[in-house]
Structure formats: C-alpha cells, structure tokens
Ligand binder design. Structure first.
Ligand SMILES: [Zn+2]
Length: 261
C-alpha cells in the first residue's frame, strides 16, 4: 500500500503521485470508493498508472468513468487498453471526440504529422457515452459540470468540480495555450471564447492537461486572449487567422496607384 498524494481534496494527479513525469496530466477524482480518471495518456504508461491506483487501495472495479477531454493521441492513446483493464468504467467524451476516436482519425489527433515523420499508433475506440456542455458527471455525491471549450481542437471538454476547473489544453501556468493548428481543428475565435468563459467564471484553480495546476489569474488569461486576438489578424497563423489587414491596405494602395517607396 502507498499513501495517496492529494493535490486538492478528492483529487490525485498521477504524475504527482508517481513523483515523475509520466506524460499528460492524469487526474484521479474520487468520492468514497468510486473514482474516475480524466485522460489516461499514452498506452505505455497505462499499466504503471493502474498499478499505482491499485496500490493506493482503490478497487479497480470501482472505476466509474474514463474521460477523454479531447481526442489528441497524447491524451487518449491508452484509452482502449485502460478500458480493457477497467471494464466496469464507462468511457465518456464529447460527440466530436467520440467520432474521431471511432474513425481513428490520424490527422485531427496528431497521430500522424507526416511533415515531421511522426506516425504513432492510435487504437480506435467506441466511447460508451457522449457528454456535452451542461451535462453533469455524477461520481458518488460529487458532481462534475461539463463545459464544452473548443478552440485548441473540436470537442474539447473542461470539467468543473467546485472551485476547480480541469481545463484540458486551454491554458497552462506559463500562459501558453494549447497548440493552434488548422489541421487539428483549431479555431482562434472559439478559443478566445473558451478562455473568456474561464476568465469570467468564479473558479479558483485551473488544473490543465500539461504541467502543474495553478491559481486562476485573470491577468494571465487576459494576456492570452489579447495574444489570440492579435493572432487572428496575422498571416503567421495562415488559415486559422480570420483576416490579414495588410491585404486590404495593399488593395487600397493598388487602386490609388501607390508605388513602393
Ligand atoms: Zn494536450
């Protein structure tokens, strides 16, 4: 038996529990004997994570849910294996994530980045149930409120538990946000809305999917939103930008016959 390292009441995070970096954050939430996991990470760490959970004296039969915050391979590659090892758990996620996982979409999930010769296994899985904004995930006497927070990718979910928000890849402690990439279904205006929703909420702690949890900081969120606003008008972000003011300026100069000077 090993002691449980709680980072918040009823919340354990498996990288903290293992005292080493396993991969993405894997949050174990429990109430009484019942527990659930928010994301699972890559397949090769699943056995170690489940063994740690067993050693913390959780019954594997009491796992209620395996949650996919979104379908990115670094968050869910191990989901199929985890479901096999925890057959009593219900796999849940957003309908868009469920579709990507059912189809084994290799582009949206980052399993395949051919320009960088990245090609990794993505086990297809049919989620047991889909959940969406406003739904409640009931765990013992605790309720997690489901937020749909797209922007980084389609179908990304965050989960509110009291003053905590499991905020997936929306924002990290250093103010970075989840990768913005057209092939990944990123949408900058939606991303700004998701960040504004987090900013305007009264949650006190953000528990992201990468790196340490941190206190919600409106100045950090405002800076990220302003940065994304600038991105949305820059060629740097290609088809993810909503416009590129230079082209309008140039068009106006062309019609006036302005030559380079
Ligand atoms: Zn991620």
């Amino acid at each position: 038996m090993i002691p449980r390292t709680e980072i918040f009441p009823n919340v354990i995070e498996m990288n903290y529990q293992a005292r080493k970096r396993l991969g993405c954050c894997v949050y174990l939430v429990y109430d009484g004997p019942e527990w659930m996991l928010i994301d699972i990470g890559y397949s090769d760490t699943v056995a170690e994570i489940i063994e740690l959970i067993r050693q913390m004296d959780f019954s594997l039969a009491d796992c209620r849910y395996l949650v996919a915050t979104h379908a990115d391979v670094d968050h869910i590659q191990g989901l199929k294996l985890a479901k096999e090892m925890l057959p009593s758990a219900e796999t849940i996620g957003h309908p868009e994530a469920a579709r990507l996982l059912r189809e084994g979409d290799r582009i949206f999930t980052y399993a395949e980045i051919s320009a960088q010769e990245i090609s990794i296994e993505l086990p297809k899985i049919e989620l047991d149930r889909t959940i969406d904004d406003g739904d409640i995930v009931q765990l013992g006497n605790k309720q997690l409120e489901v937020w749909h927070t797209p922007g980084h990718t389609i179908g990304m979910l965050s989960f509110r538990l009291g003053n905590l928000l499991f905020c997936a890849d929306n924002i990290y402690r250093d103010g970075c946000v989840g990768n913005i990439d057209a092939h990944h279904g990123s949408d900058i205006p939606e991303f700004m809305e998701s960040l504004a929703r987090i900013r305007n909420s009264d949650v006190e702690w953000l528990l992201p999917s990468h790196g340490p949890p941190f206190r919600k900081d409106n100045a950090l969120l405002d800076e990220a939103i302003a940065r994304l606003e600038r991105y949305s008008h820059r060629a740097d972000f290609g088809t993810c930008a909503v416009d590129w003011p230079l082209l309008d300026e140039w068009e106006e100069e062309l019609t006036r016959g302005v030559l380079p000077k």
